[in-house]
Design a protein around this ligand. Structure first.
Ligand SMILES: Cc1cc2nc3c(=O)[nH]c(=O)nc-3n(C[C@H](O)[C@H](O)[C@H](O)COP(=O)(O)O)c2cc1C
Length: 199
């Protein structure tokens, strides 16, 4: 199976989640591409903000996503922090460039799932994943949720829902045990479903 994890992360939380999703896919035997979407924040703004600057340095070695990374994959995980209950402009900007792939049906039938991060418990984890998922309907992709089949979705008191992995930021830089477990299990499941669809 070939899995591409594409994400945006301004201050590093969703990056940690993306890595856990990638680890989960790898544990199922998938070949994984971890990719970040290009930044839209002006350089001088990044330079002036220590937490954004540190997060960018942390992610320096992650290659920028290209459309080919989507075409290459059997399954795709898309992640973004929550912005007013929706995805970031950075991820949207990347997805808005997939028009030519849509016109040629290049993503049709591939497995796809979504993950997010938010600063408050009820600030939009689910709404962000649901609004991101309209992308899948238009491309004819097969949505893979986290679902209650993952035990930690029942017990989490931080991020993670049946809709997909998420992280609750502002509680320290590390993912909670449940957030990490949900992200890894989701990555594994995405790889398994992608393998079946591709096979
Ligand atoms: C402009 C802006 C809008 C945001 N909107 C929300 C929101 O609607 N709900 C919420 O809980 N957090 C919101 N947040 C917080 C981020 O989603 C949250 O801190 C996230 O974990 C950051 O991920 P990152 O560290 O990967 O950049 C917002 C942050 C910014 C800068």
């Amino acid at each position: 199976m070939k899995i591409t994890v594409v994400y945006y992360s301004m201050t590093g939380s969703v990056y940690r989640l993306a890595r856990a999703v990638a680890e989960g896919a790898e544990s199922a035997g998938a070949e994984v591409r971890l990719r970040k979407v290009p930044e839209l924040i002006p350089l001088e703004v990044i330079e002036a903000n220590p937490s954004i600057k540190a997060a960018h340095e942390l992610q320096q070695s992650v290659p920028d996503a290209t459309l080919d990374d989507l075409v290459w994959a059997d399954g795709i995980a898309l992640g973004s922090p929550t912005r007013f209950g929706n995805m970031t402009a950075q991820l949207k900007n990347f997805l808005d460039q997939t028009g030519p792939l849509w016109a040629q049906g290049k993503l049709f039938g591939k497995a796809v799932g979504f993950f997010t991060g938010a600063n408050t418990m009820h600030g939009g984890h689910e709404s962000t994943i649901l609004t991101m998922s309209t992308f899948a309907y238009h491309h004819g992709m097969v949505i893979v949720p986290a679902s209650y089949a993952i035990p930690e979705v029942h017990s989490t008191r931080t991020g993670g829902s049946p809709y997909g992995p998420s992280e609750l930021s502002g509680k320290g830089i590390e993912l909670s045990e449940e957030e990490a477990a949900i992200a890894r299990a989701f990555g594994r499941r995405l790889a398994e479903v992608a393998g079946k669809l591709a096979g």
